[in-house]
Design a protein around this ligand. Structure first.
Ligand code: IPD
Ligand code: CA
Ligand code: CA
Length: 262
């Protein structure tokens, strides 16, 4: 499957930043003795990856706007298009030497995500989707899972760390959901959680208090793989409010009912 010129720019940028992160990831294990040392090293790796992504993406499309986790927002000459970038999603995993983290790049046009790339560089799994062109992982077309029974389904979420105010709500979600499904996973990368729903590995995913860069690329992957995307709180917009709930079409309603407690 051939993507657009913009998609090729996104993939090239993701692979370049991926090489830099993989090199740094190999170093992290040697630094584990001092957590502070490792922490500083990882934030440098993160910043370096964003720098590469910005040079590649803005270099190729200088008139597009920019929203990156590490460098913030910059308006472009073209107010209708912007890149939304998380150079390293799953930072805590990266810091702990766990190979489950990714680069997330989305292209937004007039407020809608029209292309997304999520690159799991440690496993060499490159996920991409473009509006109308389907969702793909390397050479394989992606479809959400076909499971229709809650009791057979596996869901993913992010459990907020202690300081976050959404922790109690998430624990209550788990208390309602866990008795009714086959399991819940918490692997620490919102971008990969969404990519895994698109790939049919997870049957659904929900999380609160995220940022646009965590979910923008994942949203289009799930949609183009035939899944449903909505907010946790009805009336919210995932990209604006940062709460998201996705699943295959058969499970979306029963799953949303449990999470929304309606
Ligand atoms: C985090 C991850 C994690 C989610 C957090 C995010 P980061 O992003 O996506 O899964 O639970 O809320 O902030 O900080 O690793 O880029
Ligand atoms: Ca993130
Ligand atoms: Ca990040």
């Amino acid at each position: 499957m051939q993507g657009s010129a913009n998609l090729n720019i996104m993939i090239k940028a993701a692979r370049k930043a991926g090489r830099s992160l993989v090199k740094d990831f190999r170093e992290v294990e040697n630094l584990q003795v001092s957590m502070k040392g490792a922490g500083d090293f990882v934030s440098r790796a993160d910043t370096a990856a964003e720098k590469i992504l910005k040079e590649e993406l803005r270099g190729a499309r200088p008139n597009y706007g920019w929203l990156g986790e590490e460098t913030g927002e910059e308006a472009g000459e073209d107010p209708t298009r912007r890149w939304i970038v998380d150079p390293l999603d799953g930072t805590t995993n990266f810091l702990h030497g766990l190979p489950h983290w990714a680069i997330s790049i989305a292209l937004e046009h007039k407020g809608e995500v029209v292309a997304g790339v999520i690159f799991d560089a440690a496993k060499d799994e490159l996920y991409w989707a473009e509006k109308g062109a389907g969702a793909w992982m390397n050479e394989r077309r992606l479809r959400v899972s076909g499971r229709a029974r809650m009791i057979e389904a596996i869901f993913a979420t992010g459990v907020p760390f202690a300081a976050k105010k959404t922790l109690p709500a998430t624990l209550q979600d788990l208390a309602r959901l866990m008795p009714q499904c086959a399991g819940v996973r918490r692997w620490g990368s919102a971008a990969l959680d969404l990519a895994y729903v698109a790939a049919g590995r997870y049957d659904g995913y929900w999380e609160r208090e995220l940022n646009a860069w965590d979910i923008a690329a994942g949203l289009i992957l799930v949609r183009e793989a035939g899944g449903m995307v909505g907010p946790v709180r009805e009336g919210h917009e995932p990209l604006v409010h940062g709460d998201i709930l996705v699943a295959n079409t058969a499970l979306y309603e029963p799953f949303a009912k449990i999470i929304r407690n309606t």
